[in-house]
Design a protein around this ligand. Structure first.
Ligand code: BYC
Length: 308
């Protein structure tokens, strides 16, 4: 059997049964847990509009998207469990503020157009970040990403289509779409994490084949992909310094205010307290479901033993 170093050097997958350094395991638990928490907390901003979707068709689409996010979360908790932690421990760490979730979900959804902006920009950024994770060195995380990315591509398109409809609707609808893009653009760029020179984990994670590209590289890829899409939507991105660099064949964006990212990550974003409070409350309210499921599992096990 190959050693961990041999697997990484050969660009092969590390599987749960393989020996791995404690720090590799800890980094994966940190990142996968943070990712799972993001999916679960990420249901809240969109869930806020389920009862107010403007048509039955839009409501059904949004309901399916939010349910997909729950599925992604559970899938990722299961991937983390292969590293020897339980879902319960991870949720406890989230609820106690010991583990993070993505900064982006601490912003409010003020209008229906925000649902389009989340699909187009937030899912769009998530896909750019996650497609390389399909080649992550840890097998269960990489396989989870393949499925998650497929579904998120669909989510991204529905966001684009929603915004396209609004942008080509009445003047008020166009203004609502533009306002949503104005508010979500910069936070979407911050999703990729701090700039490379302030990223604590990138170098080691890239050496281990967990991350394949740096935060800035992926952020730039997202900008290059999104600028032409904004044009197709008939909407503008709120960056007066955005310009095409002919020589480098890339879009140069204005300066990102990373102090905002650090403040949101520290807990000082517009909705941090609300999001975490809501999550803890939902967990407490669901205690009876967990108890009932455990009682049912115990009964089934007893029945199984009696038959044997
Ligand atoms: N927000 O060394 P760095 C979705 C933290 S959900 C908060 O660069 P790393 C969706 C970072 O954790 C998909 N914290 O870190 C759901 C670290 O702190 P710790 C979400 C952030 O891990 C519903 C410190 O800053 N996607 O698609 O190498 C509706 C230094 O950073 C953030 C994922 O989770 C942030 N934005 O790289 C719609 C992708 N950025 O842990 C859509 C998986 C950084 O040392 N995660 N921090 O205390 C990753 O790819 C990486 O973890 C990151 C950060 C690129 C985010």
């Amino acid at each position: 059997m190959s050693t961990f170093e041999e697997l990484i050097a050969a660009n092969e997958r590390v599987e749960p049964r393989d020996d791995m350094p404690d720090a590799y395991r800890a980094t994966l638990v940190r990142q996968i847990a943070q990712h799972a928490h993001s999916e679960i907390i990420g249901m809240q901003p969109e869930g806020n509009w389920l009862t107010r979707a403007p048509s039955l068709r839009r409501k059904a689409i949004l309901l399916a998207k939010v349910q997909d996010e729950a599925g992604h979360g559970l899938y990722l908790y299961a991937a983390a469990e292969t590293l020897g932690v339980s879902r319960e421990e991870l949720l406890d760490a989230l609820h106690a503020g010991r583990q993070k979730y993505s900064s982006i979900f601490n912003y409010p959804t003020l209008s229906w157009a925000d649902i389009g902006a989340i699909g187009w920009l937030v899912d769009g950024a998530a896909i750019v970040n996650q497609v390389p994770l399909c080649r992550c060195s840890y097998g269960p995380y990489a396989r989870a990403m393949v499925r998650v990315c497929k579904e998120e591509s669909f989510h991204q398109r529905q966001g684009f289509e929603l915004l396209h409809t609004l942008s080509h609707g009445t003047e008020a609808q166009h203004a609502m779409a533009q306002d949503a893009v104005d508010r979500w653009w910069w936070p979407s760029l911050m999703m990729f994490g701090p700039p490379d020179d302030a990223s604590t984990h990138s170098a080691q994670s890239m050496e281990w084949g967990i991350k394949r590209f740096s935060n800035d590289t992926l952020r730039q890829r997202f900008v290059d992909m999104t600028v032409p899409q904004a044009e197709a939507l008939g909407l503008t991105l709120p960056d007066p310094d955005l310009r095409w660099d002919e020589e480098a064949e890339t879009w140069r964006h204005g300066e990102i205010d990373f102090t905002e990212l650090f403040e949101v990550v520290k807990g000082n974003g517009p909705c941090n307290a609300q999001r975490l409070g809501h999550r803890v409350q939902a967990h407490e309210d669901g205690a009876w479901v967990r108890e009932a499921a455990a009682a049912y599992a115990r009964k089934q096990a007893e029945k199984g033993r009696a038959v044997a």
